[in-house]
Ligand binder design. Structure first.
Ligand SMILES: NC(=O)C1=CN([C@@H]2O[C@H](COP(=O)(O)OP(=O)(O)OC[C@H]3O[C@@H](n4cnc5c(N)ncnc54)[C@H](OP(=O)(O)O)[C@@H]3O)[C@@H](O)[C@H]2O)C=CC1
Ligand SMILES: O=C([O-])CC(=O)C(=O)O
Length: 268
């Protein structure tokens, strides 16, 4: 059985706990949150994972976990993931956009090397990352990513400073630029842009557009890539999570799949 520490207990974390509950191969025994004394969180965790405890930090001493799964947000990478990798604990990472911060990708890699372990960047809400990463080996000419979400999903982002999201009745392009800038400016909405970039042409050579679109009810992701392999065009419409409409439900399934795969002899 794998002893797992989960970082973050929000929409993704709660969804993952529900999916792996009762799995005999995965024991999530600690959930790391900023305020482990929060009584409501304690009660929610008691119901979601009766054997698990809340903590402010990952245990990195003798009782360190076999695996860490990050479902918290960009700040968790420097705070928890890098120290865990240095101590040899493998990590599954969902907040891939954090790697848009200058030098963070290098620090992550160096920490994993020092610890003799690996950080696995998860595809989250998007598919075809395996195809794109394979296509890169043959040479890619162009990769473009367009993300569209309903206006409400852009609340709490810099888009709010430029438009009244409650009044948007036509699609509005709220960002055009590199994947690095998108991930940096929209840390809760452009992790997919960073993932597409890291699999393909890199954070600075991948063009990104982000739209607040009242015509969509789902979180739409579109990739257009071409190169020596041929052409890839993918559109995904992800149902948003009720607990957090910025986040697509597929992200939860992706994390749960990676967790259960980590305990299986054959994986797909
Ligand atoms: N790759 C992908 O496709 C996707 C990636 N994401 C990433 O996943 C993150 C989580 O998404 P979601 O669950 O919907 O977000 P929520 O806001 O619902 O939950 C985030 C949880 O993480 C906790 N948290 C935040 N920062 C830290 C930290 N430094 N250490 C420990 N816990 C922390 C929060 O605690 P508190 O509430 O106390 O702040 C909360 O429990 C997003 O911020 C985004 O970066 C999201 C969607 C798709
Ligand atoms: O869940 C999604 O649809 C994608 C998302 O938020 C992100 O890329 O950060």
């Amino acid at each position: 059985m794998k002893r797992v520490t989960m970082i973050g207990f929000g929409a993704i974390g709660a969804g993952v706990l529900e999916l792996v509950r009762g799995n005999p191969e995965i024991a999530i025994d600690t959930v790391v949150v900023p305020d482990p004394a929060d009584a409501a969180l304690r009660e929610a965790l008691r119901r979601a994972a009766p054997g698990a405890k809340l903590a402010a930090e990952v245990e990195l001493g003798a009782g360190r976990p076999d695996l860490i799964v990050e479902c918290a947000g960009h700040s968790a990478i420097g705070q928890h993931v890098i120290p865990a990798l240095e101590r040899g604990v493998p990590c599954l990472v969902i907040s891939v956009g954090a790697l848009s911060e200058d030098g963070l990708a290098e620090r992550l890699e160096e920490a994993a090397r020092r610890g003799g372990t690996q950080a696995q960047l998860l595809p989250g809400a998007i598919g075809a990352i395996d195809a794109l990463a394979a296509a890169r080996l043959g040479g890619l000419e162009e990769v473009r990513y367009v993300g569209r979400k309903p206006p409400q999903a852009w609340k709490g982002t810099p888009a709010e400073a430029e438009l009244d999201l409650d009044m948007v009745d036509e699609p509005v392009r709220i960002f055009v630029g590199t994947a690095r800038e998108a991930a940096h400016r929209f840390p809760k909405n452009a992790n997919v842009a960073a993932t597409v970039a890291l699999a393909g042409l890199g954070l600075d050579a991948t063009r990104v557009e982000l739209w607040a679109d009242p015509r969509v009810e789902e979180n739409q992701h579109h990739i257009d890539a071409q190169g020596a392999f041929g052409r890839l065009e993918l559109t995904m419409s992800g149902k948003p999570l009720r607990a957090n409409p910025k986040t697509s439900a597929l992200t939860v399934f992706c994390v749960a799949r990676a967790l259960t795969n980590s305990a299986h002899a054959i994986t797909i």
